[in-house]
Design a protein around this ligand. Structure first.
Ligand code: FAD
Length: 483
């Protein structure tokens, strides 16, 4: 888009940003305006043309405050970005404007017994590396451990590796405190603790910029990766559930993946995966090795792989087990078959195993099963991240509806708004905080329906379309430079 066609005063903005590094090259701005939205054929169609106008790379808290103040003065939208590994188009600037790249705020500030304080842009694996000397590690991390930022995880993620023992980010105590900046003429710094952290956690950066985080730590173990095979899928799921309930066997991951997904898509582990077997992926602490073996012998199970039993040369060629789990299962499938997509579901306790059996009986090989076991409100249950052999958007919607009719909530990854990707209702706490912290509605516009369209009827079966997205796409089409 030519500078004069821009709806925002980008030249005026640059003049105010002084020494802060910015990028305006359209190809690079477009790159920084993307995340993993393309996992969804629906979002790919809707969001492909989305791009910001400029990216800013502040390297300090003062720099972030200067960018926010300048954008506020010129009414330019700001979309924060960690590493851009989110799904749902979370980090995509639907109304253009400035992408606030926080990767320069990457310092680990302080490590103490049971806690770490780090800047929001720090990569999660780097935080753990800094904590290793004290024998500690983060309780939870997404499977994008090696690429995602801690601020992006808190603003966009939910849980993952570690959730089988510790629950999710939504659980009180899994985020100790957050230091955030507001979007006002003179941005304020606020320290949130206890329940207050829920206002900005999983709010997609719509109501505050996370500058620093304080997270709880757990003892670090050199976790053993294990793969267990089962002839029968229902037995694999029952084993995983029962292993989850073994409180004294320390584990960090329990995933169940139906054949033929592992054999077709886990290419580097292929030789360990006989045809026809459903697999359970387990990360278990070395001190629990013998207990885990004894527990597994009680089942009709076939141990297929153990990271502590392969030689160092062989181990080098294998990804860590968590990179076969959570949304990495989908990624590995997509690399082999680009027509695959997925869903995110919750199987509510205590009927999780029966619900898993019912839905997969209905959907068969069109929707191969993938379960992630977690501790949820103190109980062991599972999320589903089933793969979908995509045929049409209409069929995708039918599959969502089938789940909901059986009482399986869907966190729809084919929607870009907070509400539609979550529980299809307004989060009153996040909305109230946005009124306080972003009164002009400049942070990540279009992601919170409650802000843009308070009367939107979630029960009417319509998809929300952010008007700014259409405006921006139309402007881009007119100048022919959006793609
Ligand atoms: P981004 O994608 O950059 O941002 C995510 C959201 O947070 C955006 O809305 C952005 O605007 C906002 N944001 C970023 N930084 C800030 C900040 N400092 N202040 C305010 N808002 C901010 N998620 C899970 O929860 N568990 C998983 O196991 C998991 N596995 C995944 C596997 C794959 C292969 C992929 C592609 C995604 C996976 N995700 C998972 C989603 C994603 O990786 C995580 O949510 C991740 O932690 C996001 O971090 P990020 O730095 O890439 O954030």
């Amino acid at each position: 888009m030519s500078p004069e066609a821009r709806p925002y005063d980008i030249a005026g903005l640059k003049a105010r940003l002084g020494g802060i590094r910015t990028e305006e090259n359209p190809a690079l701005v477009r790159q920084k305006s993307r995340d993993f939205y393309w996992y969804s054929p629906t979002l790919k169609r809707q969001l492909d043309a989305v791009s910001g106008d400029i990216v800013a790379f502040p390297a300090s808290e003062e720099g972030v405050l200067a960018v926010l103040a300048a954008c506020h003065a010129l009414a330019i939208p700001v979309t924060p970005r960690g590493a851009g590994t989110g799904n749902y188009g979370q980090a995509m600037p639907l109304d253009g404007g400035l992408v606030l790249d926080l990767s320069g705020l990457d310092r680990v500030r302080e490590i103490g017994p049971g806690r770490v304080r780090a800047q929001a842009g720090a990569i999660i694996a780097d935080i753990d590396a800094a904590c290793a000397a004290s024998g500690q590690e983060l309780r939870l991390h997404p499977s994008t451990y090696r690429t995602a930022s801690i601020g992006g995880f808190i603003a966009g993620g939910s849980g993952g590796v570690g959730s089988i023992s510790w629950g999710g980010l939504r659980d009180l105590g899994n985020i100790l405190s957050l230091r955030i900046a507001t979007m006002e003429a003179s941005p304020r710094i606020l320290e949130l603790t206890g329940e207050e952290v829920q206002t900005v956690s999983h709010a997609y950066g719509t109501n505050g910029i996370i500058i620093e985080v304080e997270m709880p730590l757990a003892p670090a173990y050199g976790w053993i990766d294990a793969i267990i095979g089962f002839e029968d899928f229902a037995e694999a799921a029952a084993y995983a559930n029962a292993l989850g309930e073994q409180d004294a066997i320390l584990k960090k991951l329990i995933s169940v993946i139906a054949a033929p997904v592992p054999q077709s898509y886990f290419l580097r582990h292929r030789k360990y995966l006989p045809d026809g077997l459903h697999v359970v992926l387990v990360m278990v602490a070395p001190i629990a090795r013998a207990a885990f073996e004894s527990f597994t012998r009680r089942w009709n199970a076939r141990p297929l792989f153990r990271s502590d039993l392969v030689g160092p040369e062989e181990a080098k060629g294998l990804p860590p087990l968590y990179e076969l789990a959570w949304n990495h299962t989908t990624l590995r499938a997509l690399r082999v078959d680009p027509s695959i997509t997925y869903l995110q579901t919750l199987y509510p306790f205590p009927d999780q195993l029966a619900l898993v059996a019912r839905i997969h009986e209905r959907l068969g090989d069109e929707v191969p099963a993938h379960l992630e076991f977690v501790r949820f409100d103190g109980r062991i249950t599972c999320f589903g991240l089933p793969l979908i052999r995509f045929t049409s958007e209409q069929r995708l919607e039918e599959i969502v509806t089938l789940h909901e009719q059986l009482g399986i909530p869907v966190f729809n990854p084919h929607r870009y708004t907070l509400e539609e990707g979550g529980m299809k209702q307004t989060d009153a706490v996040q909305l109230a905080f946005k009124r306080e912290a972003d009164p002009q509605g400049l942070l990540n516009p279009g992601k919170m329906i409650a802000w843009d369209h308070p009367d939107f009827d979630f029960g009417a079966g319509r998809t929300y379309l952010f008007p700014g997205l259409q405006r921006h796409a139309a402007a881009s089409d007119a100048t022919g430079s959006a793609a």
